[in-house]
Ligand binder design. Structure first.
Ligand code: SF4
Length: 336
């Protein structure tokens, strides 16, 4: 069940944190030798207080390279776990350990073991939005930037089990024309809620606008279809990871951009290219898990050292191997 955070809850959190909360968070982080990382889908005020803002894999790699002994990961739980997998000797905190992910929860390690038993010898490719236990059962991880290259690196005669996102899987299957690839039927409730009808309406209302579409979106197929029919010029449709969207925003000559992903992304896009008008394809596409990281929760985290993330060392070593295999294939780019 997806938790709901009402506007009243959020206001209460901000009030409790107090007006000087951001300065206090920074001072406590310095005292604790902590680096503050925030995902692109975090509340704007959390993004603004962080040392680094980005996508999940980029942040985990920053965490691994940072001198700080403590990582405060403002994101959802699997992301903090990935940071712990890559930085086993550091203390990793998440301000609210209840911040889950409907996509990561769509497959358990036990379900994956059963799926593997049905396809002995198959290569398991997992998107980074998975738990540490699922990564430990994985041959190679992928991000939305490199999913195509990762699957392409597996010989055609070997079966592939791709998980957990059906939309990203469909995108890879189409690009590589690999119809025999098995795709787990998981989805993110936020991205699945951005559909082709909304995209068509918005692109008709803003015909000059570029379309930035995250491949996890339910509308990714529609975006490619629109381009294929000529309804939207092909060069206006860009299927991008969240990190790729920032680069594309800096490079595009468009005055208007329609964005099909979680609405928190708009904050970083507007900072990267303030002259462009960015519009959400669905302005209600907000991840309630991400928004559980409130100023109050962050303040408590740096003050009390909560909530610490632990990953079993043996699982972490196996998960790390799957992430490292992906990095060796190249272009790890960014995750969600
Ligand atoms: S937006 Fe979707 S995939 Fe991302 S953290 Fe939220 S539930 Fe998970």
């Amino acid at each position: 069940m997806v938790p709901t955070l009402t506007a009243a809850d959020r206001t209460a959190a901000e009030t409790t944190a107090g007006p000087g909360w951001a300065a206090e968070v920074r001072a406590l982080a310095r005292e604790r030798d902590a680096v503050l990382l925030a995902h692109n889908y975090q509340l704007p005020e959390i993004q603004d207080v962080a040392d680094h803002v980005g996508d999940s894999l980029a942040l985990s790699r920053i965490a691994a390279e940072a001198d700080a002994s403590t990582i405060v990961f403002c994101g959802v739980h699997f992301m903090a776990e990935t940071a712990k997998i890559l930085s086993p000797d550091k203390t990793v905190l998440i301000p609210d350990a209840r911040a889950g992910c409907s996509l990561a929860d769509s497959i358990t390690a036990e379900q994956l073991r059963e799926w593997k038993a049905e396809h002995p010898g198959a290569a398991v490719v997992s998107y980074v939005n998975t738990t540490a236990a699922v990564k430990a059962e994985t041959d190679v991880c992928c991000t939305s930037s490199n999913a195509v290259e990762v699957v392409a690196s597996i010989p055609r005669e070997r079966e592939v089990l791709f998980l957990p996102d059906q939309f990203l899987g469909a995108h890879v299957r189409r690009v590589l024309d690999r119809s025999d690839m098995h795709v787990w039927a998981g989805e993110c409730h936020v991205h699945a809620g951005i559909n082709g009808r909304q995209l068509t309406e918005q692109s008709q209302a803003h015909p000059e606008a570029d379309l930035f579409v995250h491949p996890e979106c339910g509308c990714a197929t529609s975006a490619l279809y629109l381009a294929g029919t000529g309804a939207v010029p092909e060069d206006q449709v860009k299927i991008l990871s969240t990190g790729g969207m920032i680069d594309a925003a800096r490079a595009t000559g468009a005055k208007e951009v329609l964005v099909a992903t979680e609405v928190g992304m708009l904050h970083q896009l507007r900072r990267a290219a303030p002259e462009i008008e960015f519009r959400a394809v669905n302005d209600r596409a907000s991840c309630t898990y991400m928004k559980m990281i409130t100023p109050e929760a962050l303040l408590r985290s740096v003050r009390e050292g909560t909530d610490e993330v632990h990953v079993d060392p043996e699982l972490a070593a196996r998960g790390r191997a799957a992430v490292q295999r992906m990095i060796e294939i190249g272009n790890p780019g960014s995750g969600e």
